[in-house]
Write a protein that binds this ligand. Structure first.
Ligand code: MN
Length: 452
């Protein structure tokens, strides 16, 4: 089945034993993050009692590739194809008059820090951060909507700091700011994986003006239903848990940060734009959705959007390309595993060239044959250990362009790139034949062992 909506995803996970409830009181300052970090490779967590708040917090719904794929009705192998086809054949959202997110509407008397259980995650984080808010902005006169995810620092009762990289939202804000006007926005909290993944979709096939909610509709096979906000001319999913309405102020910059980065290091304090909050709307009994940075969930939401981009660029050169995995452990940016059906002895090296050239951030490409699972780090390491010889199969390119946030860079923006060709030689040698057990695929474990 394909889940649509945050609550449906929670129920689906719970049914499968992949979400557990935490009944005891947990402090949103560090303690919640500590538990979530220890459980980052386990089930999602539903914190029922968050100290000082009556809103529960859910974290980790999307902390494995298999779970993301399953929620979208596919598997690891099918996810990339499903994602590519969602981008190619989007399903436009539908406008509706109202929805659960309007059950409570507050246009005054709210206080972000008091009302919402926004956790503080890491020791040197500048304070509580909303880390999985989908920021929706519209330029109604141009018919343009953009949905993107940004870190949002809660700095006052009606004020948030925002980090905006030079992408679509920044372009929309700059257009308003140059005219001396604010940009109306809404921050949506509590959404399904389709909306989250769509909001981080990236690349030349997603120009400014392409509606990410339409990608979400295609990902989950059902249009996203949108309602108009109360105080801004912006539309948001009607079934979200909560929405913060506001404006990004022109000509205002205030200190924002530091915050734990995807690299597992701290960032710096920047002078960044500010959001003035005008209203909060939410369900009667809302659930707050959190994302702990530097976890598989974070790295999957960073890495998955790279995969269609790498796939398209490598496929153009290497028709034998089979699959692409941007690994979560490579911070969802730096390391990619590419599997190919090798037909020419030079295919491994050519795939390294194409992969390293596809996105600047990538600094390691490992190429494996199509009998290796690129999504299984142990299988990939097996291929490196039995099919790779460093003097013959290693490629190192010094002095290339790299991601500024990588702390190992020798000078700003400059990185070495590495390729590992772990494909076997194109011979019929039985030395490389994988061992197998007759009937392996036909054995259904549950016929023999009681699981769960
Ligand atoms: Mn966009």
């Amino acid at each position: 089945m394909v889940v649509a909506g945050f609550r449906e995803q929670i129920a689906w996970l719970e049914e499968k034993g992949e979400l557990v409830r935490v009944p005891g009181e947990v402090d949103p300052r560090y303690q919640l993050a500590a538990i979530a970090k220890k459980m980052q490779s386990g089930p999602a967590l539903y914190f029922e009692k968050v100290k000082g708040y009556d809103i529960p917090v859910v974290v980790g719904t999307d902390n494995s590739r298999a779970r993301i794929a399953g929620a979208l009705g596919t598997d690891n192998e099918g996810l990339l194809r499903h994602y590519i086809s969602a981008i190619e054949s989007p399903v436009e959202p539908r406008q509706v008059n109202t929805g659960p997110v309007k059950e409570v509407v507050r246009t005054s008397g709210f206080d972000l820090g008091r009302d919402l259980p926004v956790p503080t995650h890491y020791e040197r984080d500048g304070g509580p951060y909303i880390t999985t808010g989908l920021l929706v902005a519209e330029l109604p006169e141009k018919g343009i909507r953009n949905v993107s995810m940004h870190r949002l620092q809660v700095v006052g009762p009606d004020e948030m700091g925002i980090l905006m990289l030079p992408r679509h939202l920044k372009a929309m804000f700059s257009e308003r700011e140059e005219a001396g006007r604010p940009l109306q926005i809404a921050v949506v909290i509590g959404t399904d994986i389709a909306c989250r993944l769509a909001s981080v979709t990236w690349g030349s096939k997603i120009p400014l003006g392409m509606d990410e909610f339409a990608i979400a509709g295609a990902l989950r096979g059902r249009p996203v239903e949108l309602v108009r906000c109360e105080t801004v001319d912006v539309r948001v999913p009607a079934d979200a848990e909560m929405v913060i309405e506001g404006e990004i102020l022109p000509g205002v910059r205030r200190p924002e940060g530091p915050m734990a980065e995807f690299t597992g290091n701290y960032g710096e304090v920047w002078e960044n734009p500010v959001i003035k909050v005008k209203a909060i709307t939410h369900r009667k009994n809302p659930i707050y959705q959190d994302l702990l940075t530097f976890t598989p969930e974070h790295h999957l939401l960073l890495g998955l959007p790279y995969e269609p981009v790498v796939y398209a660029l490598v496929k153009a050169r290497m028709p034998n390309l089979k699959s692409v995995c941007v690994t979560p452990a490579g911070c969802g940016k730096f390391h990619v595993v590419i599997s190919i059906k090798k037909t020419h002895q030079g295919d491994g090296k050519d795939t390294i060239i194409a992969g390293l050239y596809s996105i600047w951030d990538i600094k390691l490409v490992t190429v494996v044959d199509d009998d290796v699972d690129p999504f299984d780090p142990a299988d990939v390491e097996w291929a490196v250990s039995t099919r790779f010889q460093a003097d013959r199969d290693l490629v190192v390119i010094p002095g290339a362009k790299g991601n500024e946030l990588d702390p190992s860079l020798p000078e700003p923006g400059i990185t070495a790139k590495m390729g590992i060709d772990a494909t076997k030689p194109l011979t019929n040698s039985r030395r490389f034949e994988r061992i197998g057990i007759p009937g392996f695929e036909d054995v259904n474990l549950e016929d023999f062992i009681k699981l769960k």
